[in-house]
Write a protein that binds this ligand. Structure first.
Ligand SMILES: *Cc1c(COP(=O)(O)O)cnc(C)c1O
Length: 425
């Protein structure tokens, strides 16, 4: 099997040699496209999607990639061509799906806690599969917009199952205290009410308990509660067709062996068990798991600066390119693209932004690096570029997609003209 190979797309074909993405040396890409540069392996993204497809082969299912993890058009197209649907959270993400793969509109679910009338209209006009509705007021708004456009809106209530999932507090969403979803105890009455509205069709029930969840157990616990609700709804005469289990399956950011196939199998088993005799369609919304490990942020060392006992490795990428370490205390492995001989030592890897929070790693043991060297921040394919900004008036990075031995630019680096384009004096 090639599983191990594809689950680590960034490799050194020769021990002690340079780092590659698939068949392409990162040094070549940095020379061609400059740094900081996001590099993604199309092969791994396709492989990860196939893992989910295989794991749920036995039942009617749809894998709705969570666009917010990485919304590059080329990645959306790649996934759409392989049968994926999409989970979107804004009108902008809908626009991206329509631009990359208009035929996939009917495989789109629309999540998010605050949808505007304009966003709902755009979704209705595009004929998306369903709206994941987060409050009673939003359900009323959806019915009102559907009435105006003279079409029925398919919806799922996003219920809050009150399940605790071990992850960073900023990306945990499944407890009653969180802003997300509708208290699962209130859902039944809302579905019953909606059944009287001719502009609404109760398509399913949805849930999303958080992100970067490593254990399958909380997913199982949430789906158990959701399938119980589905049975109750059926007995009420509300025949929901689908259960949407959300996204959130986590990866290993700390290097080492990571058996993605086994992870997906374990996840599928937990869901299948919890679904019991539910015979409708299963939707899942993985984001991170599909793209995180397929991507790296390649950056050049600008300076190595000693200050007291500390050594700072200053890179040309910064928190505006990859904010996860600053925002979630996230760990990313950092590896020299072409390793030098010599002793590893403790360094801080930081960007040039004027914030002490602008760091990629603190007290990290790193092999020797010198100004001009390239280093790669691994597992940066999800919530990297998608969360980038122009903070400090820095230009956003370029993105490259590698397929086998071929690399192509999928987003050019921003220019100074881009930076000023929307402003007036
Ligand atoms: C963010 C999000 C996802 C994707 O989460 P991952 O952890 O990237 O898999 C899926 N569904 C909803 C509703 C989300 O908000």
């Amino acid at each position: 099997m090639t599983e191990k190979k594809t689950s680590r797309p960034f490799e050194r074909p020769q021990a002690g040699g340079a780092l590659y993405c698939g068949g392409v040396p990162l040094e070549t890409l940095a020379r061609r496209f400059g740094t900081p540069l996001y590099v993604y392996s199309a092969d791994q993204i396709a492989e990860r999607l196939a893992m989910f497809q295989r794991a749920f082969k036995g039942r009617d299912h749809l894998i709705c990639y969570a666009v917010k993890a990485n919304s590059a058009l080329a990645i959306l197209r790649l996934l759409a061509r392989r049968g994926a649907g999409f989970d979107i959270v804004s009108g902008g993400e809908l626009e991206r799906v329509l631009a990359a793969a208009p035929e996939a509109a009917e495989r789109v679910v629309f999540s998010g806690v605050g949808k505007t009338a304009a966003e709902i209209d755009a979704g209705l006009k595009a004929g998306i599969l369903a709206f994941n509705v987060e409050s009673e007021a939003e359900l009323e708004l959806l019915a009102e917009r559907a009435r105006r456009l003279k079409g029925r809106a398919r919806f799922a209530l996003r219920v809050n199952p009150d399940v605790f999932a071990e992850t960073h507090p900023y990306i945990s969403t499944g407890l009653r205290e969180h802003k997300f979803g509708i208290d699962i105890r209130k859902a039944r009455a809302i579905y019953k009410g909606a059944a009287k509205n001719r502009w609404l069709e109760a398509y399913g029930i949805s849930v999303h308990i958080g992100s970067q969840i490593r254990s399958a157990e909380p997913f199982g616990a949430a789906i158990e509660r959701v399938s119980k609700l589905a049975r109750q709804l059926w007995s009420d005469g509300v025949a929901v067709k689908a259960i949407d289990a959300g996204g959130g399956l986590g990866i290993d950011y700390h290097g080492g062996e990571f058996d993605a196939t086994a992870k997906v199998a374990e996840y599928a088993e937990a869901l299948n068990l919890a679904l019991g005799d539910f015979e409708g369609r299963l939707l899942i919304e993985p984001g991170r798991f599909l793209v995180a490990q397929a991507g790296a942020l390649v950056t050049r060392v600008l300076d190595v600066k000693r200050s007291g006992k500390k050594t700072f490795v200053i890179t040309d990428a910064a928190m505006n390119d990859l904010i996860r370490p600053a925002l979630y205390q996230a760990h990313h492995e950092i590896v020299p693209v072409r390793p030098r001989r010599g002793k590893a030592r403790l360094v801080d890897v930081v960007g040039p932004v004027c914030e002490s929070g602008d760091f990629f790693a603190r007290d990290r043991k790193l092999p020797p690096v010198e100004p001009g060297d390239l280093v790669a921040l691994l597992d940066a394919g999800a919530y990297g570029m998608a969360q980038s900004s122009n903070y400090n008036s820095r230009l956003r990075a370029a993105e490259v997609l590698v397929e086998g031995k071929k690399a192509r630019l999928i987003r050019r680096r921003e220019t100074m003209a881009d930076l000023l384009a929307t402003e007036m004096l």
